[in-house]
Each structure stands twice: as C-alpha cells, then as structure tokens.
Ligand binder design. Structure first.
Ligand code: HEM
Length: 495
C-alpha cells in the first residue's frame, strides 16, 4: 500500500546574469547571440534577473516554475516589452489582450480552431501544398522559406477570409508580415522608442509594411460587408459585431458584442500568429531532415506506405502518419519558432522565493526549456523517436512547450500540428530537398519568431522507399553537428 508523502517545498536557485551593458542591459546579447545567451542562463539559477535596456526583468529557467507563471494568469498577465509592442500592432486582439477581456475573445474564436473544425481544412492545406510541389521542378534550387511563407499565408488567409485576397495581395501580406516580425523584435529587446522614430531605411520599411497590412485588412472587411456572408472567421466576427445571437460561440451562450476595431485586431492577430510560426516550422523540418538522412528515410517509408501511389493525405490518414507527426513535434522542440515571451506581474508577488514588484517583467523561453539537458537528454540532437507513442517521459512532456500552457496556450495548436503534418506529408511525399553544396547550419536570425528566414535548397528526385516495415527498426537519427546550448553568432540586419 502506498503512503502519501507530504510534498517538500522546493528550494529554488535565483541569480543575476552577468555582462550588463549600460543603458542597453542584456539587449545586445539577446539581439546578437540570443540562443547562446538563453542557454547560459540556467547556470545562474532557476529564476535569473536580466536587463532589457535599463529595465529589470526575470527569466524563468525551470519547467515547473514556467508552469507556475503560466497557470496563474491573474498574477502574471500578458504584458512586458513584447506585448506592449505587439499591442500597438494587434490592438486588443486575443494574443495581447489582458486577462479580464480574454475569456470572451477566446470563446468567440475557439470554435474555428477546434479539432472537429480543423479536419475541414485538410483539403485546403494539401491542395496548397501540392501546388508548392508543382512549382518546384526536380533538379532546381528552390527558395524554401519563401514558398512556406506563401503556403501558410494562403492557408491562413483562406481560413480567415475565404478567397477575399487575390494572389498579389496574399504575396504582399506575406512580405509585410516578414518585415513586421523582424522589426518588432528589435523594438522589444531595445525598448527605446526614440531610436525607432529615426528616419532610417529599416524604420521606414517597418512602418510601410505595418500600414499596408492594416490597409489590406480594412479593405477585406469593407468588401465583405458589401458582399455575401461567408462561413469563415471573418464571417463569425462580423456576425458578432452585429450582435447576431446565432454566433453564440461556446455551448450556446451568447458572445459579447464585438466592435469594428476588434474585428480588425482579431484578423491582424491571427495573420501574425498563424503565418510565420508555421512557415518557419516547416522550413526547419526540411532543413533538419536533409541533415538527418536516417530520419528522412523513415519519413519517406511511412509516406510511401500510408499514401501509396503518391495520393494526397486525407483526415483519415492522420492517425497513421505517426512518424510524420513525430518529425513535426521534434522540429518544434529542436527549433521552436516561438522562442521568447513576456508576462507582467499585476501585483507585488513572490516567485521562486524572490519578491517581484508590481509591473515586473517575467520572461519564459520554449527554446531554453527545450534545450535543457535535464529535461531532454542530448538536446541538440534531432531525434523524432522521442515522440513515438509511449516514449516521452513525464519530464519531457512537462518541458515541451512550443505552444505554451495554461489559458493563454496557442489557440491554433491543433490546427498548426495538423497543417504541418499534412503539408510535410504532401511535400515530402513528392519531393526530396537537399542542402546546397557547402551549406553551413547558420544559427537563425532572431525576430519575434525564430527560424531559417531565407533557406534555399535543391529539389532532388524522390523515388519510393522499400517497405516501411523494413525500416521500422532503425530508430536513431544521426547526431546533429551543432550543440544548440552553446551556439551563437546571430546577425540581425534589420535594426
Ligand atoms: C507552429 C506554429 C505555432 C506555434 C509554435 C505557436 C506558438 C504559440 C505560443 C507559444 C503562444 C503563447 C504565447 C505566450 O505565451 O505569450 C501562442 C498563442 C497564440 N497562437 Fe499560436 N503558434 C502557432 C500557430 C498558430 C496558428 C496557426 C494560429 C492561428 C491561426 C495561432 C494563434 C494563436 C493565438 C490567437 C494565440 C493567443 C492565444 C491566447 O492568448 O488565448 N498560432 N502561439
């Protein structure tokens, strides 16, 4: 018979990161060598004080402590330099809104991203992914990041707005989103507004991209108001704006009236969150697979077996694409596109035994958690087998947070997993991507998101694999050459 053991109060380690620059604090380190800087922090404690510009901030470096922060949104609300910046762009959308208004907004948007609804997007994703393959001639070099941005912009804009954006405007949205997420990051780690009012080319580029995005969204809303109702996210928002009771989003309860500004904020929020993250995840997956031929062979074997004859995947295939989903999960662990987030203490509080003042900025980083060897053995190694059914340990499951946790967990998490699995299956089922000769695994440039922003690869022939069963026993991926705990050297050219 087991006896309940009284829970021991844990003793947390706290410290301060060295290397504080006057005025800029750790902004330079976060800007130039973000992953190396993040990975150095656990050595100074489970909660480590850093400086963002002149401001004090606290980085949580332990999964349990991160959950403590994320599960208490009343004490640690959205806020801090990241969300203060994002708020200027996304207004009061779901990502940036504060706790008191969050529930109503989430209830309004949640149904479009429920698993039952997500299955309806399958055809849309595989149709767009198959179009990518058709545009990639075998034997030629292809701009993978650009193509993945185009793919996810098209998928997300069709989910949000059906066919309201023509091809040229969709391409413009893609370009504007890229410029905005890069510019936002610089403004977050060096929160000195005067710098960004200067008429530099980068500042002008950022402002131009921003105002064009707003114009495109406004035009889409105007046009829809003049035309027919559609069953998409914009349709849901416009019904809620009219106070239409049939939009009751969750269990038949009526939703709060939505203002015109909120309709705009929701759309820009979903575009910004849904496009780049997903494009970078897919690009990283192709890059990692090309460097890990054994994992790539197993993926191809699964695809050749499940999608025999090269057909496009359907929702019924998803349960059988086990290894494909493991590749997606391991990509999100190894190269998490969402890598740094902030919260703000709404009142004076205690965290890890440390008193934090009201207004204190608290940061957490999926990258840091995913690359801590105490949670993931040999964290720099790309090993999709970690996610095979029954394999992940409790520590790994707890530390794996590509989509965050708690009530602010990603709204599109299931949609993102399904979209990535289907897009990967469709493309890898038809094409094999190789790195160019002399390819060097440069560490990605940081932005609000992180990942390979301009990857070009060669499209090689793809011949069917021997049966999946004959490869099933080979489970170990080749070791990754770089150790992402110590890697650095990030060049950001958009300051
Ligand atoms: C690989 C793809 C994606 C990743 C890695 C990702 C990651 C994340 C993370 C980490 C958060 C929490 C941020 C925080 O704690 O401050 C988040 C929130 C959010 N994500 Fe995603 N996301 C992805 C795709 C998507 C997609 C496709 C959509 C929708 C189209 C989406 C919509 C949202 C929204 C609306 C929130 C705010 C949720 C709330 O506060 O209630 N994301 N995402």
């Amino acid at each position: 018979m087991s006896r309940a053991v009284p829970e021991q109060k844990r003793t947390w380690r706290t410290g301060t990161a060295p290397g504080i620059f006057p005025i800029l604090g750790h902004g330079i380190a976060l800007y130039r060598q973000p992953l190396a800087f993040l990975n150095s922090l656990p050595a100074y404690g489970d909660l480590v004080e850093i400086r963002l510009g002149p401001q004090r901030a606290w980085m949580v470096c332990h999964p349990e402590l991160t959950h403590e922060v994320l599960m208490d949104p009343h004490t640690f609300d959205k806020g801090g330099p990241l969300y203060d910046r994002l708020g200027k762009l996304m207004g009061d959308g779901l990502v940036t809104c504060r706790q008191p208004t969050h529930r109503d907004k989430r209830r309004l948007l949640q149904p479009a991203f429920r698993p039952s609804h997500v299955a309806e997007y399958t055809d849309l994703v595989t149709e767009e992914a198959a179009a990518v393959c058709r545009a990639w001639p075998v034997g030629q070099d292809v701009a993978v990041t650009e193509a993945m941005m185009a793919l996810t912009t098209r998928v997300t804009s069709r989910v949000l707005l059906s066919d309201s954006l023509d091809d040229r405007t969709t391409a413009e949205v893609r370009d504007c989103l890229g410029a905005v997420v890069r510019g936002l990051f610089v403004r977050t780690v060096v929160p000195i507004d005067a710098l960004f009012r200067l008429p530099t080319p980068a500042n002008r580029r950022y402002r131009r991209a921003l105002s064009r995005l707003h114009e495109i969204i406004d035009a889409a809303i105007r046009e829809r108001r003049r035309g027919d109702d559609r069953d998409d996210v914009l349709g849901t928002l416009l019904k809620a704006a009219k106070g239409d009771a049939s939009t009751a989003a969750d269990g038949g309860r009526p939703t709060a009236l939505v203002t015109d500004q909120e309709v705009h904020d929701h759309l820009i929020t979903l575009l910004l969150t849904g496009v780049e993250t997903q494009a970078l995840a897919l690009t990283s997956a192709f890059s990692l697979l090309a460097r890990h031929p054994q994992a790539e062979r197993r993926l191809h074997a699964e695809l050749d077996s499940v999608l025999a004859g090269g057909r496009r995947p359907t929702p019924e295939d998803l349960p059988h694409l086990v290894y494909t989903r493991c590749v997606v999960s391991e990509t999100l662990r190894h190269s998490s596109p969402g890598w740094l987030f902030t919260r703000v203490a709404t009142k004076e509080t205690e965290l890890a035994g440390c008193r934090l003042p009201e207004g204190a900025t608290v940061l957490y980083s999926p990258h840091l958690l995913h690359h801590d060897p105490s949670s993931f053995p040999d964290p720099g190694r790309f090993d999709p087998d970690r996610w095979l059914p029954g394999r992940p340990t409790a520590e790994e499951r707890r530390a794996m947070m590509p989509f965050s946790a708690g009530n602010r967990k990603c709204l599109g998490d299931e949609f993102a997993m399904v979209e990535a699995t289907l897009a990967l299956a469709t493309i890898a089922g038809r094409r094999r991507l190789r790195h160019l000769p002399g390819y060097v695994d440069r560490k990605p440039r940081p932005g609000i998101t992180m990942g390979p922003r301009s990857l070009v690869m060669t499209c090689a022939p793809r011949s069917p694999m021997p049966s999946a069963a004959s490869l099933a026993h080979r489970t170990t991926a080749a070791p990754c050459t770089s150790d992402s705990r110590t890697a650095g050297d990030h060049v950001v050219d958009d300051a």
